[in-house]
Design a protein around this ligand. Structure first.
Ligand code: NAP
Length: 286
């Protein structure tokens, strides 16, 4: 395999936190931020992910580009975890400043709404919405006083798509996009940006839990190359949002989805005076 081309050190000296960076999209984001020079705190929660985290830290160590990495095991469903992550980051990198927060950790409890109980509802909202809220609150206190802080929330096309069996997940991501816009207003005067990235179907353990025929229909109807996204497809957008070059972009949700920006197309047609509404549950560029 050809050696990877080193990336410009656009994030040298920056301290970043990526939640849920043990695998999937978060792992790709953490590695990409480090490959651009950042010091990255990797958060995770499962004992089964410890070896993956050690491996990621070793890969970042082998970059030898001035970046560094550390990890903290914290269940983000617990109210104490946001402060634990902030404290671990300040301690690991001997700093009082955090520049970049990527709220990536998430769960998707895909069930028909009639089968969801209050516990299912709460666990999705706790991780996908409450945890980003309080982690951002904790990190905001450590943003540089001169501006340049970055919050990047990982949303989903499900926030707007109306996928079947994904109502609470979609609502949690729609809520995250609402937080994104409000925080952009609150943090903007101090020179910090807040944006969301909205992936489409992206290869990961989470995607593997979905119905194969459904995933295949999403893949086939994704305009760009009719393929699934990769973690790197998402990480490149996140790293740009983390950089100085994105300074005039805030409060936005950027779809990183190969052209799939909505998942349901409502087609209204009229035949012989009758109105028909056709609900096409696939991924279309509209
Ligand atoms: N994959 C897709 O197609 C897709 C599409 C749109 C949006 N997204 C979003 O992208 C983000 C990453 O998804 P992914 O597909 O990479 O997911 P994934 O492969 O399932 O990885 C989930 C990550 O979140 C962490 N996590 C799960 N529960 C946690 C908890 N209670 N406390 C702390 N960390 C926890 C996991 O840590 P452990 O390894 O320790 O369990 C893991 O690092 C999510 O917000 C997801 O909603 C994904």
């Amino acid at each position: 395999m050809a050696a990877a081309i080193p990336k410009p050190p656009s994030l040298a000296g920056k301290v970043a936190i990526v939640t849920g960076a043990s695998r999937g999209i978060g792992e790709a984001i953490a590695f990409d931020l480090a490959s651009r020079g950042a010091s990255v705190m990797i958060t995770y929660t499962s004992a089964s992910s410890e070896a993956k985290v050690e491996n990621l830290i070793a890969r970042i160590g082998s970059l030898k580009n001035g970046s560094s990495a550390a990890s903290v095991k914290a269940d983000l469903a617990l109210p104490s975890s946001p402060q634990q992550i902030v404290d671990a980051t300040l301690s690991a990198f001997a700093t009082e400043t955090i520049h970049i927060l990527v709220n990536n950790a998430g769960i998707a409890d895909n069930k028909p709404m009639v089968d969801m109980n209050a516990g299912d509802f709460d666990s999705t909202l706790l991780l996908n919405l409450r945890a980003p809220f309080f982690l951002t609150q904790g990190v905001r206190k450590h943003f540089p006083s001169t501006g340049g802080g970055r919050v990047i929330n990982i949303s989903s096309v499900a926030a707007r798509g109306g996928f079947p069996n994904g109502s609470v997940y979609g609502a949690s991501k729609a809520g995250l996009e609402a937080l994104t816009r409000s925080w952009a207003s609150e943090f903007g005067p101090a020179g910090h940006t807040v944006n969301a990235v909205s992936p489409g179907a992206t290869q990961s353990d989470m995607l593997d839990q979905l119905d194969k025929a459904f995933v295949d229909s999403l893949r086939k109807s994704t305009p760009m190359e009719n393929r699934l996204g990769t973690g790197q497809d998402i990480a490149d957008i996140v790293s740009w949002l983390a950089s100085e070059e994105s300074r005039w972009v805030t409060g936005q949700t950027i779809a990183a989805a190969g052209g799939c920006i909505e998942s349901i197309v409502i087609v209204v047609s009229s035949i012989a005076g009758e109105i028909f509404v056709i609900r096409d549950c696939s991924c279309k560029f509209i």
